[in-house]
Design a protein around this ligand. Sequence first.
Ligand code: SAH
Length: 233
Amino acid sequence: MLSMGGYEPESRPPPSVAEIAAFSAARERMVRDQIAARGVKNSRVLEAMARVPRHAFVPADQRSQSYEDGPLPIGHGQTISQPYIVAFMTAALDPKPGDRVLEIGTGSGYQAAVLAGLVAEVYSIEIVAPLAQRAEADLQRLGYGNVKVRAGDGYRGWPEAAPFDAIIVTCAPEHVPQALVNQLKAGGRMMVPVGPTDGVQELYLLRKRPGGLETRAVLPVRFVPMVTKGPPG
Ligand code: SAH
């Protein structure tokens, strides 16, 4: 079978016209009932969540569940996050139109697509190479030209593209990687779930201040662990 760098277009037949209409109605309900109703108020974020076709980032056999209130498997033992969590983290990051944002844990590419409509540039790192390739192909096909994807260990960040206005980590390290703090601009924001690999983590909103990191725990969450060899050395 023809394979384009690990991305298999035949596994994602395009949805029918009727499906697309049903998806857009389901997406409106998702934003209203799962996200706005739970207190996410940032109107730019709500609009972005209403615009991005989540069904285009899930495997064909999961597509009918694209707008349900939970994570979904995307292969390689990984998941696309629950829509509410994506919206909550995006809003807490306070994205500005001119921002350059780093994401650790590209997964399906959905979170990167949501950010792409809200900021100037998105850099996203995924450690599972076939997932990185598939997300990159999907983002390109869907026209998200301001997202760059790289396969690699996000624990080290993306030093060549630093500093960033904001960093969003969508896998859970046991501690905040120092490289990511270093790659954040003064005043920059970071969303990161921190905690043990086998349990509930705490989602932190960090802000880089002259005197050090301002730290606020905002929500208990459950993300897949960050897989890493740790600092270079
Ligand atoms: N943001 C994704 C969901 C993330 S799931 C989305 O919108 O679909 C978490 C992802 O983090 C998984 O794909 C996992 O492979 C990846 N990951 C785990 N450790 C990583 C690391 N050290 N660097 C980069 N990605 C990592």
